[in-house]
Design a protein around this ligand. Structure first.
Ligand SMILES: NC(=O)C1=CN([C@@H]2O[C@H](COP(=O)(O)OP(=O)(O)OC[C@H]3O[C@@H](n4cnc5c(N)ncnc54)[C@H](OP(=O)(O)O)[C@@H]3O)[C@@H](O)[C@H]2O)C=CC1
Ligand SMILES: O=C(O)[C@@H]1CCC=N1
Length: 280
């Protein structure tokens, strides 16, 4: 049962906070079982303690022995250093999870003691409100019980998809980075609304409700986005005019390129860090 386990976030930035918020909102794990640690930023630790009532620790004072699940949540460039630090301290039964873009389970395994259970996770910041789309893939030495326990934890933050590791990069392009594309779209819709004199708070709510409604329609419908789009589009109507403008301005292509570029960057991060392993 994940409820009885102690979880340490190694890295205490936006993604760790979003996950902590989701876990606590769902009451899956008590705040006393969650530890967030970082290297330097003590103000950040104080903020997390005060906001979520969790424990925090500077990395150098972390009590490794009390932890069941580590979740690495620093930037990918700091992964090798962090895993090497963990290598001397981690026990065989402790599971090492990571939310780092581009960091493979093989990379983790190569930096940890042999047979260490590892799990690669790709959440998104909507974990904060229990609406993440999160992917999960396990390393070679990870028992199914450990996978199911981590899955249970992640389900407290949204929907979880068990995927093959070779799909992690594209998943990252779609769902890890995805919220940013929708926010970008919303920023531009908001700009168009306020330019026509709408109140900015009001237009923001209207846009959010419109996006939420479209997402719910997809989730509750047998039909795909193409058919649902056609239902909105009256011949010679307003939507047809809007969609023509999107097409003429490369809207569809821009969206596909955003996903592909993010996925490509995830692969590049892996490749860049392979060299770190070779030279360190
Ligand atoms: N933001 C997002 O939407 C998503 C992010 N991710 C992944 O999450 C990871 C973190 O991203 P994000 O939260 O945005 O980053 P942030 O920059 O907000 O946070 C990084 C945190 O790591 C700490 N840190 C850095 N080095 C170490 C170390 N060696 N040991 C312990 N803590 C350390 C930093 O604090 P200090 O400097 O004090 O040590 C800071 O608290 C990234 O790898 C990213 O790929 C995955 C999915 C979505
Ligand atoms: O931008 C990034 O690299 C991270 C990974 C997915 C979302 N944010």
């Amino acid at each position: 049962m994940i409820t009885n386990k102690t979880i340490a976030f190694i890295g205490a930035g936006s993604m760790a906070e979003a996950m902590i918020s989701g876990i606590l909102r769902s009451n899956k794990v008590p705040a006393a079982h969650i530890i967030a640690c970082n290297k330097y930023n003590s103000e950040r630790r104080t903020y997390l303690e005060n906001t979520y009532n969790i424990k925090t620790s500077p990395l150098e004072e972390l009590n490794y022995s009390e932890i069941d699940l580590f979740i690495l949540a620093m930037k990918p460039k700091d992964a090798a250093e962090s895993l090497s630090n963990l290598k001397d301290k981690v026990q065989p039964h402790q599971v090492v999870g990571s939310v780092l873009a581009g960091i493979s389970t093989t990379f983790m395994e190569e930096h940890l003691p042999s047979n260490q259970p590892v799990i690669r996770i790709m959440p998104n910041t909507s974990s904060m409100v229990e609406e993440s789309a999160t992917a999960l893939t396990a390393g070679k030495h990870t028992k199914m019980d450990d996978v199911l326990e981590v899955k249970e934890l992640l389900e407290s933050m949204g929907k979880v998809f068990l995927i093959e590791e070779d799909q992690m990069d594209i998943f990252t392009g779609i769902a890890g980075s995805g919220p940013a594309y929708f926010y970008y779209l919303m920023e531009h819709m908001e700009e168009a609304g306020t330019a026509e004199g709408m109140d900015s708070e009001l237009v923001r709510k209207i846009i959010a409700q419109t996006l939420l409604g479209a997402a719910k329609m997809i989730m509750n419908s047998e039909e795909g986005p193409g058919a649902l789009r056609e239902n909105v589009t009256s011949p010679n109507g307003t939507t047809a005019a809007g969609l023509a403008a999107l097409k003429n301005n490369g809207g569809g292509n821009a969206i596909a390129q955003a996903v592909n570029s993010a996925s490509k960057r995830s692969k590049e991060i892996s490749d860049e860090l392979k060299n770190v392993l070779v030279t360190s």
